[in-house]
Design a protein around this ligand. Structure first.
Ligand code: ADP
Length: 481
């Protein structure tokens, strides 16, 4: 049944009320129609009453002699199997057939159903009244009462049976469709409390309970996801702390070793000493870089790094950034491919230059000798790609290179002096501008990093443009009012 819970409950209540009544009525109708023919009718009762009346009237003279009177009326009493009481006009009993009759025991029917009163005007005694009491309902004209009583009782029994059957049926059905799923939900809640977030409740119906279970399953999977995310985050934190301590300890240990070497006079000649100083300088530079990157990264993490945006022309900005990169990397072949689009950008120039120099720096650091920069405009964004012919990135490293402290397999030796924070910072900066960054790479062939920046549209950010278009379109309509 595809019905919701409410219509099902309404249907259950209606059927519980209506069906027993219908069953009773049908039973009474069928039962009475079957026996109608033999049951007799009201005419038979009238006949009995008139017979009683005429018999009393004819024999009223014997009322002073009850035994004699009984003799006169007894054929009638026997014929109908009745008792007779006669009362005077003042209500005093003057005859009671029970005193003369042999009783077969108490009738199962109450007196109220068996008694009939009739007034008789006699010549002898004037006004009298008689009370007739049927001893048995199996004699005409009383058989019809028996039939009616049996029909009503039968109807009541049938009605009650149908009612009981319906109550049992609906209880079973509601318990199957409502209580069992509720039990499942309760069980699932206990599982979730105990930490089992994989327990899924199976329920296919799309009713209220189905929707509730769907919501429960959704909540469970969200909870699972958020716990997993928290665990991953905690794991990443632990890894970060381990990486930071390792990255700080390694150059510090070398510096310490070389300083001790100098103190102990291991570097005997000037040349050796100079070599030791150079290593110490390079290690301190490495530490300096790491601390700078860490400081910047933590500011991003704490969302404390301000992005000072201002309007620039994309063509002028990228031209200048490209020329300064060319100056910084004279030893590599840095090429600008294609024309530069001339659009407005609302950016923090220093930060975007930092992104570009970071990407070019990596390209050079990871073996690139030819670097091609290309800028284009596409779908409301300016897109810049930096392509190198370096060592490339392994496919298993590629999804993680933007994670903080992640270093590809080849750069883990720390020979490159990398901190693993460069690309994480780059990603933060680009996302803070409403853009995206992606990387493609083929090991042994090279890598390509592409980032986007949203165009600045005359005081309107991209995305709000559609809204403004509608404003302009509908403004004349509203100005009418
Ligand atoms: P790192 O300080 O190690 O350079 P980054 O965050 O800048 O850290 O880069 C993360 C990792 O991505 C690097 O360790 C390196 O494996 C890989 N990677 C980044 N840029 C390139 C590139 N142009 N060519 C090859 N590998 C790269």
């Amino acid at each position: 049944m595809r019905w919701g819970l409410k219509p099902r409950l309404i249907f259950a209540f209606i059927s519980i009320i209506v069906l027993p009544i219908v069953a009773s009525i049908l039973f009474i109708a069928l039962f009475s129609s079957g026996v109608d023919q033999q049951a007799g009718n009201e005419d038979d009762l009238d006949l009995l009453l008139s017979e009683v009346k005429s018999t009393i009237d004819e024999n009223a003279g014997y009322l002073t002699e009850p035994a004699l009177f009984y003799e006169k009326v007894s054929p009638l009493l026997e014929k109908y199997d009745i008792e007779l009481k006669v009362f005077s006009a003042s209500g005093d009993p003057i005859f009671n057939s029970a005193a003369h009759q042999r009783s077969d025991g108490a009738s199962i029917w109450p007196d109220r159903l068996r008694k009939f009163n009739v007034d008789i005007l006699t010549q002898e005694h004037g006004e009298l009244s008689a009370e007739i009491k049927a001893n048995s309902f199996s004699v005409q004209p009383f058989r019809q009462f028996q039939v009616i009583i049996y029909a009503v009782l039968g109807g009541a029994v049938i009605g009650l049976s149908v009612l009981a059957a319906l109550i049992l049926l609906w209880t079973w059905y509601i318990s199957k469709t409502v209580l069992h799923p509720l039990k499942d939900i309760y069980h699932a809640t206990e599982e979730v409390i105990e930490g089992n977030l994989d327990y899924k409740i199976r329920y296919v119906k799309k009713d209220e309970i189905g929707r509730f279970i769907e919501g429960f399953n959704l909540m469970r999977s969200h909870l699972k996801k958020s716990i997993e995310q928290r665990q991953q985050y905690e794991q990443a934190r632990k890894q970060q702390i381990a990486s930071i301590s390792h990255d700080l300890r390694t150059p510090l240990a070398s510096i310490k070793g070389y300083v001790e070497g100098l103190e102990d006079g291991i570097a005997r000649n000037e040349e050796m000493q100079q070599k030791y100083y150079r290593v110490i300088k390079s290690k301190t530079d490495q530490l300096d870089r790491l601390i700078d990157d860490l400081f910047e990264f933590s500011k991003f993490e704490l969302e404390q790094l301000s992005i000072d945006k201002s309007l620039v022309n994309s063509s002028e900005f990228f031209q200048e950034a490209f020329l300064s990169a060319q100056m910084d990397y004279r030893d590599v072949d840095l090429v600008l491919a294609g024309p530069l689009p001339s659009v407005s950008l609302n950016i923090d120039s220093a930060r975007i230059k930092q992104v570009m120099s970071n990407l070019v720096d990596n390209a050079v650091k990871y073996g690139g000798t030819k670097i091609v920069m290309e800028v284009g405009e596409h779908g409301g964004f300016v897109q810049l790609s930096i392509k190198d012919n370096g060592q490339g990135i392994h496919s298993e490293d590629l999804p993680y290179i933007f994670n903080a402290f992640y270093r590809g397999e080849k750069s883990r030796s720390r020979e490159s002096g990398g901190t693993g924070l460069g690309l994480a910072i780059v990603k933060y900066i680009i996302e803070a501008h409403g853009g995206e960054i992606h990387a493609k790479s083929q090991p042994g062939i090279g890598s390509e990093f592409t980032f986007t920046l949203p165009l600045y549209l005359r005081g309107v950010k991209h995305g709000e443009r559609t809204l403004c278009f509608f404003c302009v379109l509908f403004l004349p309509l509203f100005s009418e009012f």
